[in-house]
Ligand binder design. Structure first.
Ligand code: SF4
Ligand code: SF4
Length: 462
């Protein structure tokens, strides 16, 4: 047993196990933002200077989601709200101290350091290259926006509304900028990377960790609020794809391209109001995505690792965020039955081409929290070495939360499915019967293919 896991298990024996349900509040989707927390005073944030500006921001109703969208859109699913506390992040149980991760230890970083072999290394390095030309075009945008994530706030603060109204305004701005969903959370202490890679070329050339990484400038103490943005990876494209063909990586890159523009704009907006704000996106990431997504109220951690299932979008999305010290009213994490559903479903485990996803009924303790077992190396090998396309999102395609058309069946189905194991089991059977998730619908196949480009080229001097 891994030493960290063993320590956590021992701690747990001395710790009274707390019921997840005891932390869940029984409110429904219509009560969405009645639960926003009153924002606490942020140390170091000075009051706006009285410069004589007048603010004409219209009041919404208390607890209103935004002016544009008065209620959060959970696609008709009833959700419960989870209080912010140290034992639970949404429906994820925290069993011990969760360490802050180093960006250096991430799977793709290990791959480009040749720790998974040359095929994986050159597969990863060619994700955004000419291996699929559209992916190159999309990655060009967010990679070139990496230098725009940080900046100095304006010296004079403009007047802003109270935290609840300012949060509504930020949500409206996000929708205005084409976000598919937005939520505001308290930055989890283990959300921001502990350190970030500053010299990727040096890392690949074999320089040691200390020479290629620097401590992260962002932490929960310096940037206590996180604004999360989701962009859908495009349902119609999933319907026309097998989940790991040529377009697969471009679906991520498309979402990342849109997200980078949104979060850079929101961060710059907040800095121009006089507050600290850093944009985190695929071109330059400051945080681990999953805990931030849960903290922002986007959903629950399903059987698939590094994913957050949203009631309407499933985990068919990508996330980017803005970290700030501007006082905001955070939303609460949500719960809507994903853990119970996954315990029965296992559809992703059955169809994963790498057999990386666990068939276990229950979660295990890992690094201070509970999650389903997952063979990350097997997943990484398949994603980086796949030559039938570029990358993989097969689990995303087949998951019943992600893969349906926006129909009455989807809404009825996942509502039934979220309410107990018998109905979840029935839903998975219906889902299979209709061929949902695994079907490839030719009329949605709009993209070009260059199968000869998908072969991974390993240089002779590797
Ligand atoms: S991305 Fe592909 S290989 Fe990885 S877990 Fe999902 S289906 Fe399996
Ligand atoms: S396919 Fe089933 S088991 Fe896998 S994440 Fe989706 S709901 Fe959970």
């Amino acid at each position: 047993m891994n030493k960290d896991v063993k320590n956590v298990e021992e701690n747990r024996t001395n710790k009274k196990e707390m019921s997840r349900r005891s932390f869940l509040l029984g409110s429904t989707a219509l009560a969405a933002t009645a639960g926003v927390l009153a924002a606490t005073a942020v140390p170091g944030v000075a009051k706006a200077a009285d410069l004589g500006y007048k603010l004409n921001y219209e009041k919404g109703k208390p607890g209103q989601w935004s002016m544009m969208k008065p209620e959060a859109d959970y696609g008709g699913i009833n959700v419960n709200y989870v209080n912010h506390n140290k034992e639970w992040l949404g429906s994820t149980q925290i069993t011990g101290e969760i360490p802050r991760y180093r960006q250096y230890d991430g799977g793709f970083m290990r791959s480009i350091r040749n720790e998974l072999g040359p095929k994986s290394k050159y597969g990863t390095l060619s994700f955004d290259s000419r291996r699929y030309p559209l992916a190159t075009g999309l990655a060009t945008v967010y990679n070139n926006l990496a230098t725009l994530c940080e900046g100095k706030p304006a010296q004079d603060k403009l007047p802003i509304p109270d935290p609840e109204k300012m949060s509504m305004n930020i949500k409206d701005v996000a929708y205005f900028l084409a976000a598919d969903e937005v939520g505001i959370g308290l930055t989890p202490e283990f959300g921001p990377w502990e350190s970030m890679i500053t010299d990727k070329a040096g890392m690949m050339a074999g320089k040691p960790y200390e020479e290629v990484c620097k401590p992260n400038v962002v932490s929960a103490a310096t940037h206590p609020y996180v604004i999360g943005i989701l962009v859908d990876k495009h349902l119609e494209t999933f319907l026309g794809s097998n989940g790991y063909d040529g377009i697969s990586n471009s679906q991520s890159n498309r979402a990342d391209m849109i997200l980078s523009g949104i979060v850079i704009s929101i961060a710059a907006y907040i800095r121009s109001l006089g507050y600290e704000a850093v944009a985190s996106h695929q071109g330059k990431e400051y945080v681990v995505g999953t805990p931030v997504a849960i903290a922002c109220g986007f959903g629950e951690q399903p059987r698939v690792l590094q994913a957050t299932a949203h009631p309407r979008l499933g985990f068919r999305h990508k996330i980017a965020c803005v970290l700030t010290n501007m006082p905001l009213a955070p939303d609460k994490p949500i719960e809507f039955g994903v853990k119970d559903f996954c315990r029965v479903c296992k559809k992703c485990a059955i169809t994963c081409p790498a057999q990386a996803i666990s068939y276990d009924d229950d979660e295990v303790v890992y690094n201070g929290y509970k999650r389903w077992n997952f063979d990350m190396e097997a997943c990484l090998h398949f994603r980086t070495e796949n030559e039938e396309g570029v990358c993989c999102a097969q689990c995303m395609k087949v998951c019943p939360w992600n893969s349906k058309e926006d129909s009455w069946f989807h809404k009825a189905g996942i509502t039934i499915g979220a309410n107990g194991s018998t109905s979840a089991s029935l839903l998975v059977k219906i889902d299979d019967m209709f061929g949902y998730g695994t079907e490839v619908i030719p009329r949605f196949k709009w993209w070009l293919d260059w199968p000869e480009l998908y072969k991974i080229k390993i240089p002779a001097n590797n």
